[in-house]
Design a protein around this ligand. Structure first.
Ligand code: UDP
Ligand code: MG
Length: 331
């Protein structure tokens, strides 16, 4: 039965991935706790709601801090991954873990960049019948010009090439109901790009608009190299269009070479075959490059299939601040 039609309050789990965040956690954990307390006291969510930190193999005191918080206040819980698996996997681990305990989840970064006050409106939207609520940045003025420009061009490209309706300027701050999570649990892919995958699950969804803030403390763990990897994974895990483009390009080149052959044969009979050295060199260079590029793109997909086939666990939970529930309720 849908909890929205009963007297019970939905249980909210706020999923927060943390990687080396010892500088940020002492500040942001207080803000999260205040928020959950205010949501509980205003009757929007049940008192069994929790803040669930996911320690993504941090090398600093992050996990110790999380364990301390869990001792101090029952609203704090945490799981720790056996090693650093990256932001997307950490969020996934939290979502899958929380699924058995809650009615709704909200995933949010721990650095204070996402506006915590968006949660009220997200939950409001949930009550209105939406199963997924995306938080969208109303402006990117706080980002550098490069980040803003690259992100916006990327969203546009994903839209064209990715074959899915991607939500512009949405990161990984979103509400997902248990209903959607249960279906999402059947998506077993290792190459994770949550922003592209969640819309694929379907169900009614909407967006809320909030400003993005500066990091409270510490530094970003998303250097350009990680950003590019995520961007590339986004395209190749959602779409095989790049391979199709290679096929189109290959067909065009084959057609052009056919014309070239006719041209060469005519040239041969006209006795002018020595000329054209430069054009041959140009063609060899160009097609040498194009071949390697095409092979690289295909190789990327072969490599991804190889990783998918092995179906290794996407994360391993090594510790929890609580005893894991043994029986999983069935609806
Ligand atoms: N994060 C993580 N694992 C990683 C890198 C980052 O769990 O390998 C977490 C990090 O603690 C933060 C969130 O993911 O809560 C977003 O990371 P960050 O703020 O460094 O990225 P940015 O906001 O600069 O893109
Ligand atoms: Mg951040």
């Amino acid at each position: 039965m849908d909890i929205r039609n009963s007297d019970k309050k939905p249980i909210l789990y706020v999923i927060i991935p943390c990687y080396n965040e010892e500088q940020v956690l002492p500040i942001s954990s207080k803000l999260f706790l205040e928020k959950i307390n205010s949501l509980v006291s205003s009757g929007k969510v049940g008192d069994d709601s929790r803040i669930m930190f996911v320690n993504d193999g941090s090398k600093d005191a992050t996990w110790n801090l999380i364990k301390e918080y869990a001792k101090e206040d029952e609203h704090f819980t945490g799981i720790s991954l056996s090693r650093n698996r990256g932001h997307q996997n950490a969020v996934l681990a939290g979502l899958m873990e929380a699924m058995d305990y809650c009615d709704i989840t909200i995933s949010i970064d721990c650095d204070g960049q996402d506006d915590i006050n968006a949660m009220d409106e997200m939950i409001e939207k949930y009550y209105q019948g939406y199963e997924v609520v995306y938080e969208v940045r109303s402006n990117r003025e706080k980002d550098t010009f490069f980040k803003r420009f690259s992100a916006e061009s990327y969203y546009r490209m994903l839209d064209k090439i990715g074959g899915v309706e991607i939500v512009y300027n949405h990161a990984d701050y979103r509400l997902i109901s248990k209903k959607v999570l249960k279906e999402f649990a059947n998506f077993h892919e290792v190459n994770l790009f949550l922003r592209g995958l969640i819309p694929l699950v379907g169900f009614p969804s909407t967006s809320v608009f909030y400003e993005r803030h500066e990091r409270i403390a510490g530094e970003s763990h998303y250097p350009l190299s990680k950003m590019l990897t995520l961007a590339f994974d986004g395209i190749t895990s959602l779409s095989i269009k790049p391979i199709r483009l290679i096929i189109c390009f290959g067909s065009l080149v084959t057609f052009m070479s056919f014309i070239g052959i006719i041209w060469a044969v005519i040239g041969f009979f006209n006795g002018s075959t020595v000329a054209g050295w430069a054009s041959i060199i140009c063609l060899i260079c160009f097609f040498g490059g194009a071949n390697i590029l095409a092979l690289g793109i295909i190789g990327e997909y072969v490599g991804k299939s190889y990783i998918e086939i092995k179906a290794r666990p996407r994360y391993i939970i090594s510790e929890r601040t609580y005893e894991k529930k043994v029986s999983v309720e069935k609806e």
